[in-house]
Ligand binder design. Sequence first.
Ligand SMILES: C[S@@+](CC[C@H](N)C(=O)[O-])C[C@H]1O[C@@H](n2cnc3c(N)ncnc32)[C@H](O)[C@@H]1O
Length: 226
Amino acid sequence: MQPTLVWAGGREVDLRQLQLPLPIDDLAPGDGAWEVELGFGKGRYVLRRAREARGERLLGVEIAAPYYRLARDRAARRGLHNLVLVRGEAVYLMATSLPTTFADAVHVYFPDPWPKDRHRKRRLFDSETVDLVLGLLRPGGELCFATDFLEYGEFVGSLLAAHPAMEVEVVEGAWPEGPRTNYEAKFVAAGRPVVRLVATRRSAPAADLLHPAGRPGVLSAPRVER
Ligand SMILES: C[S@@+](CC[C@H](N)C(=O)[O-])C[C@H]1O[C@@H](n2cnc3c(N)ncnc32)[C@H](O)[C@@H]1O
C-alpha cells in the first residue's frame, strides 16, 4: 500500500510522523485564510492559487502518486511555502486526519463521476461524503464544484440545495478567470458543457450542520447489492 505523504515547505514526511489532526498552521505558518482542493490532478489550480495569492494558504489532496509528485516538484521549484500537498485518499483523510471548519473555500473539480450504480460508493462527493466535505468549511466558506457529467452535476446541485445551511448558485458560462483546471480547459476547448456550482455555508445552528440526506457508510464494509 502506498504511504500517505505530506509535503510542506520543501519537506516531505509520512502522515504517521505527524500529530493529528494535521497541524496545518505549523506546516504553512501565517495568518492567511485556508483553501482546500480535493483531487487536484496535475495541480494547475492549487499551484496557481498558491503562487498568485501569497497571503492565503492552500491544502491539496490527490490520490495518484504521479500527479502528486508532479505538483510537489513544481511547488518545490517555485518555492511555495503557503502550500501543503498530501498524497492520499481524500475521504479517509477527511475522516481521520484533517481539521474541521477551517477552510474559506473547498474546491472539487471534475471528480470521477462513477456513473454505474455499483461504483457510486467510490465517488469523492456524494451523500456519503457530503458531511465530511462540508465539515471542512468555516461558516461563510464556499464549496466550488465543477463537472462535465451533467447528470452528476444536477445531483450535486440538488444535494447541496437540500442542506438547510447551504446557499447554492449555478455559475453561468465560466469562472471569471477562465478554466481553473486541466480537465476544465480540455472540456471547454472541446465545446463540452460544464456544470459549475458555488455553495456558501451560512452560520447555522448545530442542528443544521449535518445534511438531512447525509449517510454513514462510506468507511464501513461495502454494502451487499441484491
Ligand atoms: C478527473 S480527474 C480531475 C483532476 C483535476 N481536478 C482537474 O479538474 O483537472 C480526478 C482526480 O481526482 C483524483 N481522485 C479521485 N478519487 C480521489 C480520492 N478519493 N482522493 C483523492 N484524490 C482522488 C484522481 O486521482 C484524479 O487526479
